[in-house]
Design a protein around this ligand. Structure first.
Ligand code: HEM
Length: 140
């Protein structure tokens, strides 16, 4: 009984980690999620003294977004060949939108304009939703 349980545990582990290795884009997206999550939480009750920490997350979010912008979504392969160029251009311009908002967020934090910063978090959230709807593969 014990070996059977161990076998199924091993199977579950394998199907999660080996069969689905994170693509380079997923790696960057996960990095974006980490810093964006911290920022979202922090902007609920921002503290002037923690600005440097917030700006560090902004810098990380921007760096990961810039890396992500140079990569191709998994879904690209499924797009008809003659639509691929437009698909990738759309993806890059959406990612650029997110980067520009991230820059604005950095400026708002720097200036201690917290209400503006909160608004920008909402806008980045919106761009994320639009980006995922259009460019992320169905099975995700
Ligand atoms: C702050 C903004 C964003 C965050 C926090 C974020 C986060 C994530 C996360 C956690 C994943 C799942 C990674 C995985 O499956 O392991 C993901 C996937 C993905 N995201 Fe984002 N995302 C953001 C913005 C965007 C934008 C703006 C776009 C499009 C322009 C986009 C396109 C994608 C795509 C295409 C995937 C699937 C990965 C692939 O095809 O290889 N994301 N994102």
């Amino acid at each position: 009984m014990k070996t059977k349980a161990a076998f199924f545990l091993l199977l579950a582990l394998l199907s999660g980690s080996v069969v689905h290795a994170d693509s380079p884009l997923e790696k960057q997206m996960n990095r974006m999620r980490r810093s964006f999550k911290e920022l979202k939480k922090a902007m609920e009750a921002p503290v002037e003294a923690d600005k440097p920490k917030y700006l560090g997350w902004v810098a990380d979010l921007k760096k990961a977004s810039e890396e992500a912008k140079t990569m191709e979504p998994e879904k690209t392969e499924k797009v008809p060949a003659d639509e691929r160029k437009a698909f990738l251009e759309g993806y890059r311009s959406k990612m650029e939108e997110s980067i520009e908002l991230t820059d604005e967020l950095g400026k708002a934090i720097e200036a201690g304009k917290w209400t503006e910063a909160k608004g920008l978090i909402g806008q980045i959230n919106q761009v994320q939703r639009e980006g995922h709807k259009k460019y992320r593969a169905e099975e995700h």
